[in-house]
Design a protein around this ligand. Structure first.
Ligand code: ADP
Ligand code: MG
Length: 348
């Protein structure tokens, strides 16, 4: 059985766990959780006491959990109207939802416009089919099959994001087309991480790293020494002697990678991954991986998927038009391309 392979983000930290810069001393603490967003959540910070770390870590976990339930498209939670509830009521009636859902959907609509539709949260009907075939093919590799193009094309007729009707005053969402569905796999994690990071900062968490399945948000710097956080970009080539391609300096920035080696299944010896090109309805073939660095983790997540779905020149033009946004592309032949100022963030 081909297991879901998680983005293994390597967080390189100084082994020194005491930073002496005069009076107070801080130690490095780290916590890890396995439940949220079907992936690994990691929190790292240098704090003066374990209690202080635990307080922040619990705050972050609890709030991420709220987002996890609200943005779930597969499971119901008692007393919660989530994205699954909206999908279940497609074509039937508007669903009253938490503002956290309204905010995500408004953000996602904007990302759709910005990326010329390369990341579409209303793509659920098509993604559902791929998900079904991938799950079946993973459980029973011998009989793994590709979804028939005819079925995908029929589903594509039900992916119009304009039919996601958001009523902010009533706090409701209505999917006008009964056969459409939301899938926020490309945006939800990053958006949730950003919101929770902001909340944590307000609570005094001014220095730390939050990583949810490789959606990394660096808050401030490492603390007293004023050094940036260091985050590694994984080499997609697992047989390489160089497991980390670049180590990045991050201060108040997010780093998110979309890659074809994260989640896939195999049909007749060919791997089919989980990021679907809206044009071809097939797994996008432009790159092996795309990494985005910008401040907002929701933006980084949305862009990582969108840029993965567009040719290199289009992606470079888009990234270089956005302020404080950088990208790294790994081409299928292993070659690396950078946006205008990406290299300035690489740790020398
Ligand atoms: P990951 O979730 O593995 O970190 P991404 O952020 O690139 O990677 O999101 C991939 C997920 O986004 C898929 O599993 C699927 O749910 C969804 N998705 C795939 N293709 C598209 C697309 N063209 N538009 C919107 N969402 C997509
Ligand atoms: Mg993404």
């Amino acid at each position: 059985m081909v297991k879901k392979i998680l983005v293994c983000i390597l967080i390189i930290l100084l082994t020194m766990n005491l930073t002496a810069c005069g009076e107070s001393k801080v130690s490095r603490y780290e916590s890890e959780f396995l439940v949220l967003f079907n992936t690994v959540t990691k929190i790292v910070a240098y704090t003066e006491s374990k209690e202080e770390f635990t307080k922040h870590s619990e705050f972050i976990y609890n709030n991420l959990e709220t987002y996890h339930e609200l943005y779930d498209i597969y499971n119901d939670y008692e007393g919660v109207n989530n994205l699954k509830t909206i999908n279940d009521h497609a074509g039937l009636e508007p669903v009253k939802v938490d503002k956290k859902i309204i905010d995500l959907l408004l953000f996602a609509k904007n990302e759709y416009k910005k990326t010329d539709g390369k990341v579409n949260i209303a793509f659920g009907s098509v993604l559902r089919i791929w998900h079904e075939y991938r799950t079946a093919g993973t459980d029973d590799p011998e009989n793994a099959k590709l979804p028939p193009m005819e079925e995908l094309e029929k589903a594509k007729l039900h992916t119009d994001i304009e039919k996601v009707i958001i009523d902010e005053a009533q706090s409701t969402v209505f999917l006008e087309d009964p056969d459409m569905a939301l899938d926020v796999g490309a945006i939800g994690k990053g958006f949730a991480v950003e919101q929770v990071a902001q909340m944590a900062i307000e609570q005094g968490f001014t220095s730390g790293l939050i990583s949810v399945g490789g959606n990394i948000r660096a808050i401030g710097n490492k603390g007293q020494d004023k050094e940036s956080w260091n985050v590694g970009i994984q080499n997609p080539d697992k047989d390489s002697e160089e497991p980390i391609l670049k180590i990045m300096n991050l201060t108040d920035k997010s780093l998110v990678t979309s890659g074809d080696y994260e989640r896939y299944y195999t049909v007749d010896g060919v791997n089919y991954h989980h990021i679907i090109d809206p044009k071809t309805l097939l797994p996008s073939e432009y790159f092996t991986a795309v990494t985005i660095i910008c401040k907002d983790s929701g933006e980084a997540d949305a862009l990582s998927t969108a840029v993965f779905n567009m040719p290199l020149d289009e992606g470079i033009a888009l990234i270089d038009s956005l302020p404080d946004t950088e990208a790294l592309w790994i081409l299928n032949n292993g070659e690396i391309k950078y946006s205008a100022h990406f290299e300035e963030l690489i740790k020398p």
